[in-house]
Design a binder for this molecule. Structure first.
Ligand code: FES
Length: 74
């Protein structure tokens, strides 16, 4: 996955944990690899099935969601 493109995933309703440390082997979701880093995953409640765009460049002002800030990397 290129860092200048968000992860686009179709989510089912439920509690989601999105990686905030970039170490997860299952990005955009947390796999527990943050332990010891002092960072915590982003906890998000998904109410209805929908596609979500998760930031992959760390520049979004609306983490963990993409806000289009990756376009400044081009
Ligand atoms: S693995 Fe990155 S926040 Fe949990």
């Amino acid at each position: 996955m290129e860092p200048n493109r968000p992860f686009i995933v179709k989510e089912q309703p439920g509690t989601k944990y999105y990686c905030a440390c970039s170490k997860s082997q299952n990005r955009p979701w947390c796999d527990g690899s943050h332990k010891g880093s002092g960072l915590q995953p982003y906890k998000v409640e998904i109410e209805v099935e929908k596609n979500v765009a998760i930031c992959n460049c760390a520049l979004s002002a609306n983490m963990p969601f993409c806000d289009g800030a990756h376009k400044s990397l081009r």
